[in-house]
Design a protein around this ligand. Structure first.
Ligand SMILES: O=P(O)(O)OC[C@H]1O[C@H](OP(=O)(O)OP(=O)(O)O)[C@H](O)[C@@H]1O
Length: 181
């Protein structure tokens, strides 16, 4: 069972968490979802997301940081491999694909990097885009561009949480308030 019990107390399966709220420059106070450092919460979310995987998906694509442990667990449970984009160029990258994200959920512009050999794993594949939270959808759009650049097709979008109204259909466990008082 999943649900928002109050504005900021959430439950996924048997795991309940009170989400902290943080103040951001242009959004006011927003709930903060953190999977990093919380394997119990991460595992519960990954397990609950299994039925959200689009039919026919062959590989998952995500981006650091918070979505990475979630995608790892989803990969382990589903048996689907995954590829992860970075938010910094690493010296060992070979002909990386590059996408700018104008403004992420916390109002910070980013550049995403997908190492060439990882991009090659998407070629000809049906790719599900996995995120912890989808807000504006800017990150999801950038990841979808990676899929197209790499020669794959997007099978769908899934996330643990949605905050706001992104432009694409995203399968989620729960909607969270975009702002809190
Ligand atoms: O739909 P959007 O508006 O693009 O926002 C969603 C993105 O924002 C958050 O990342 P964050 O900037 O907190 O980075 P982190 O995961 O590295 O902490 C979240 O992890 C998503 O990747």
């Amino acid at each position: 069972m999943s649900g928002v019990l109050s504005d900021l107390t959430i439950r996924i399966g048997d795991v309940e968490r009170v989400l902290p709220t943080v103040r951001t420059g242009n959004l006011g106070r927003v709930p903060l979802v953190e999977f990093i450092g919380d394997p119990e919460f991460t595992n519960a979310a990954a397990q609950a997301m299994l039925p959200l995987l689009p039919a026919g998906t062959e590989i998952l694509l995500t981006v650091v940081t918070n979505a990475l442990p979630l995608t790892h667990e989803l990969s382990d449970r589903s048996g689907l491999p995954y590829v992860c984009a970075r938010k910094k160029r690493r010296t060992y990258m070979q002909q990386p694909l590059i996408q700018d994200v104008p403004s992420l959920s916390l109002g910070v512009a980013e550049t995403l990097w997908l190492d060439g050999p990882h991009a090659a794993r998407l070629r000809g594949k049906r790719v599900a885009i996995v995120q912890d939270v989808v807000a504006s959808g800017g990150t999801a759009q950038a990841l979808a561009k990676f899929v197209v650049q790499a020669g794959g097709t997007v099978s769908g979008y899934l996330a643990a949480f949605r905050q706001g109204q992104p432009p694409m259909d995203v399968a989620v466990l729960q909607d969270l308030p975009r702002r809190v008082p």
